[in-house]
Design a protein around this ligand. Structure first.
Ligand code: EPU
Length: 374
């Protein structure tokens, strides 16, 4: 366990903002987390607390982070940042709480992954084992625990699609509990860990149900075409490793590498709007264009339409828009970047406001940030 006062968080937020926290605590096991909780019974993890416990005061508020890949620190954090360094990848059903008769057959493998494992390390491991599941989510920055909180998604797959169980430390009872995906209230980049149960549970590990039989998900955008091309070019067969390689090259062509240009991936969610709002967007888009101007969209059924925020932002002429050290990424306008590495939180917030206000004034749609503001 490590406890550091006045820690620089530049390496702990993928925006690369130069912010700090009053205290940083890293634990390596559930037992250490329990120990921390006992020292701090007033409610470790509950955002409004952070009591002195046995005299080792953890300044409040308390914030659990993964790799800070979906966070925007709007200023220095006055409280304590907790980070899980629980790292293991373990294949085998028993630890995932599977009982006889519940397994999905011999072509599935259950794998338990510690919350502190880098998400992409898990994706690489799965591909190397020839197991299908997370390959479309390759290259997403962040850690496994946060992936289960955020229900990360890309290229037609969401983490919830192959999560079997989320194991958590309950900061109220001090006990370890396990939730099935149906109990986690998963939605588009949503879960109870971000909403109704925010601050109560700390994810300690996640159990995934992976498939050893072929199970490619290639329907999103140009993924199938890119996979077909890779099959032809390499002469290899269709494996999770091949799909992973294709996904990584698609991502690299569109998204900034956080090791080079700071960002938090998509800054906004894609808005899901009633059909009437979509019709309004379509009629505004037609102004000055031909009648067959198409608004890209995805019909969710149930009367709601998802419109790509990237398209709305591009229509406002903001692709590549720059204000000081912060900018709208030129290749994917859903991403706000720390262009020079010197951006302040205020500069990122100013670009956020510019994008949000521009889309609202042109289309009447208020974009919701995906990135959590701290
Ligand atoms: N588009 C434009 N202009 C652009 C880029 C995209 O108009 O410059 C439009 C196109 O119509 C395109 C559509 O936006 O077809 C969708 O673009 P893309 O496939 O790049 O996906 P996205 O909806 O912008 C989402 C996720 C990404 C994920 C990709 C791929 C959200 C908020 N973002 O972006 O996730 O990688 O799909 O599946 O849902 C993240 O969450 O940090 C993230 C990067």
């Amino acid at each position: 366990m490590t406890i550091v006062r006045n820690k620089d968080l530049t390496a702990w937020n993928t925006f690369g903002l130069k912010v700090s926290c009053a205290c940083f605590v890293e634990y390596g096991s559930v037992a250490e987390l329990e120990e921390l909780w006992k020292r701090n019974r007033d409610g470790l993890g509950l955002p409004e607390t952070g009591g002195a416990g046995d005299g080792t005061a953890f300044p409040s508020p308390i914030l659990h982070i993964g790799r800070g890949s979906n966070l925007l620190f709007t200023k220095d954090f006055p409280g304590t940042v907790f980070h899980s360094d629980i790292k293991f990848i373990e294949a085998g059903g028993e630890s995932c709480g599977i009982t006889a008769g519940e397994t999905a057959g011999d072509r599935r493998t259950d794998v338990e992954v510690g919350a502190g494992v880098l998400w992409d390390d898990f994706c690489r491991w799965s591909a190397e084992q020839g197991l299908w599941g997370p390959e479309n989510l390759s290259g997403i920055p962040g850690e496994t625990g946060a992936a289960a909180v955020q229900n990360i998604g890309a290229y037609g797959v969401e983490a919830k699609d192959f999560i079997r169980m989320v194991k958590c430390f309950d900061c109220i009872t001090g006990k370890v509990v396990a939730f099935r995906p149906s109990e986690c209230r998963y939605g588009y980049r949503e879960s109870m860990f971000k909403t109704s149960a925010k601050g109560r549970y700390v994810v300690t590990s996640v159990c995934f149900s992976l498939s050893s039989g072929p199970n490619p998900k290639l329907e999103y955008g140009n993924v199938r075409a890119a996979v077909d091309k890779a099959l032809e070019d390499t002469g290899k067969s269709l494996t999770p490793a091949l799909v992973r390689d294709v996904i990584l090259s698609v991502r690299n062509s569109k998204l900034p590498d956080p090791a080079v240009i700071g960002s938090a991936g998509s800054f906004f969610k894609n808005p899901v709007v009633p059909r009437s709002d979509y019709e309004r967007v379509a009629s505004i888009a037609r102004i000055g264009h031909s009648d067959d101007c198409q608004v890209p969209h995805f019909d969710t059924g149930s009367g709601f339409i998802k419109i790509p925020a990237a398209w709305l932002i591009e229509q406002c002429g903001l692709k590549g828009y720059r204000d000081g050290n912060a900018a709208v990424y030129e290749r994917q306008p859903l991403v706000i970047v720390n262009l020079t590495g010197e951006a302040s939180p205020e500069e990122i917030l100013a670009v956020e406001k510019k994008v949000s206000d521009s889309v609202y004034s042109k289309f009447g749609i208020r974009l919701q940030p995906e990135v959590e503001h701290i």
